[in-house]
Design a protein. Structure first.
Length: 140
């Protein structure tokens, strides 16, 4: 967890305090794990699982945006953020991210927390996922 705290503190949002497992909030590591579970078997290595998580987080956060902003964000991330990738691969990635967005909106719509960062550590039992996210906005 200390590695994640360092990443968050030095991240693009500037100095931030990491709140670990805030009361009344579900663990975002559990939520993200549930979110990617239908696709997890396709990731044979840690690197592939990290790529899956990165794409899932991109989709999750995009789903929180209004549709017009969502398209722009995805174009920047998947278009400009992947120079050197063939266009055919970008189309496949976009289709997969769009599928994940639909999954987020269908099965996780009530969760409005943005995912800021994650770490994935290998353990004897598999992987240990730690997730940094925003807090749930208060109702009203």
């Amino acid at each position: 967890m200390s590695k994640l705290a360092e990443k968050v503190a030095l991240g693009p949002l500037g100095p931030s305090k990491l709140v670990v497992n805030p009361p009344g909030q579900e663990r975002m590591s559990d939520v993200l794990d549930d979110f990617v579970s239908p696709y997890a078997d396709s990731a044979a290595t840690k690197e592939e699982f990290e790529t899956l998580l990165t794409l899932a987080i991109t989709a999750w956060n995009a789903a929180l945006l209004p549709e017009a902003e969502r398209s722009q964000m995805l174009e920047e991330v998947l278009g400009k953020g992947l120079p050197g990738f063939p266009k055919s691969l970008r189309k496949d990635l976009r289709a997969f991210v769009d599928e994940l967005i639909i999954r987020k909106l269908t099965h996780f719509a009530a969760n409005r927390r943005a995912i800021v960062d994650f770490t994935l550590q290998e353990t004897r039992a598999g992987y240990h996922l730690s997730v940094a996210s925003t807090l749930e906005s208060p109702p009203g």
